[in-house]
Write a new protein. Structure first.
Length: 271
C-alpha cells in the first residue's frame, strides 16, 4: 500500500456536506481513502462519500456513503471508504458531513493506492523495458502486463551457483505455499521458460535466467517476453517470488524470496 496524497484542513464547517479533498488519478489504481475528523460536537452520525468523474469530465458519480456513529463527548472520528477503482485522468472528490454544531472541525484526508508495493530499499538495477525503471524493495520484482521484463537480482551467497549439473530456478507463485507445477512463471537457467500461467509453457525461449558474477557477488538476470507477461493478467497484485539453486548432489538452496508485483502496463489494440 502507498499513500498518494494527504490534505489537511482546519476550522472547517462540516454541518453541511464539505468538499474536503480532490484527487486526480495519474494511472489505473485501486484507492482507499481515510477521512480523519477532529474537534467534533459528537452525539450523532458522521458521513463521508466520494464522487468519481471519469476522465475529469461529465457527470460526477457518487459512491456509497460511509457512516460512523460518534458518541456524545467524543470529539474525533475516522471514516474509511470502500475501495474505488480509477483510471488515469479520473477526478475523485471526497466529501465530509457532520452535525449542526460542527462549524470548526479539523479534517485530514489520506488517499492510498491499495495495490502498490510499499517502498523499501531501492534496487536501481531493476528495469521494466528499456524505457522504464521501477523503485522496488530489495529482492522484489515487477511484471507489467504486455511489457517485456528485464530484472537483475543480486546475491552475496558464497555457494557455487554455476556448479556442474546444478539447476537455478526462478518461480513466481500466486501463494508461497503453491507447488512449482502451479507457478505463474517458472524458469530454469539452462532450460528457459518451463511453466506460464500455471500451465506448461508453449515456448521456452520466451523467458530466461542468466547467471553472472562469482561466489559472493552473483547477478541473476531474469527476462520475460512481453507476450508471456500478457498471459498473467488474471493474477494482478502482489504475489510471491523465489529463486532457488538445486545442486547436482545435496540439498536445494533458497537463494532469495520476495514479492512479485504484477500490474497493468499498456493496453493492446484489438483491431
Amino acid at each position: 500500500m502507498e499513500r498518494l496524497q494527504i490534505t489537511t484542513l482546519t476550522a472547517q464547517d462540516i454541518s453541511g456536506a464539505l468538499l474536503a479533498a480532490t484527487y486526480t488519478a495519474d494511472a489505473a489504481r485501486e484507492l482507499l481513502i481515510n477521512l480523519h475528523l477532529s474537534g467534533l460536537a459528537g452525539g450523532g452520525a458522521y458521513r463521508a462519500c466520494l464522487t468519481r468523474q471519469i476522465a475529469g469530465a461529465g457527470a460526477a458519480y457518487q459512491s456509497p456513503t460511509s457512516v460512523v456513529a460518534v458518541s456524545a463527548g467524543v470529539t474525533t472520528a475516522l471514516l474509511s471508504t470502500t475501495p474505488l477503482a480509477v483510471n488515469a485522468g479520473d477526478v475523485v472528490r471526497v466529501y465530509a458531513q457532520g452535525l449542526a454544531g460542527d462549524t470548526s472541525a479539523g479534517v485530514v484526508v489520506e488517499v492510498f493506492d491499495v495495490t502498490a508495493a510499499t517502498a523499501g530499499d531501492v534496487q536501481t538495477s531493476v528495469a521494466i523495458s528499456a524505457a522504464q525503471a521501477a523503485a522496488l524493495a530489495q529482492n522484489h520484482i515487477a511484471i507489467r502486463f504486455f511489457y517485456a521484463v528485464s530484472i537483475t537480482i543480486t546475491s552475496t551467497l558464497a555457494n557455487d551457483l554455476a556448479s556442474a549439473g546444478s539447476k537455478l530456478y526462478l518461480a513466481v507463485k500466486e501463494k508461497e505455499s503453491d507447488s512449482d507445477e502451479a507457478a505463474l512463471v517458472y524458469i530454469e537457467r539452462t532450460e528457459g521458460l518451463l511453466r506460464l500461467a500455471k500451465l506448461p509453457a508453449a515456448d521456452p525461449t520466451k523467458g530466461s535466467l542468466t547467471l553472472g558474477g562469482a561466489a559472493g557477488a552473483w547477478t541473476i538476470l531474469f527476462w520475460l517476453d512481453q507476450t508471456a507477461t500478457g498471459s498473467l493478467t488474471a493474477w494482478k497484485g502482489n504475489r510471491y517470488c523465489e529463486v532457488k539453486h538445486v545442486p547436482a548432489a545435496g540439498d536445494p538452496l533458497l537463494v532469495t524470496t520476495g514479492k512479485a508485483i504484477l500490474s497493468y502496463g499498456i493496453v493492446r489494440a484489438t483491431s
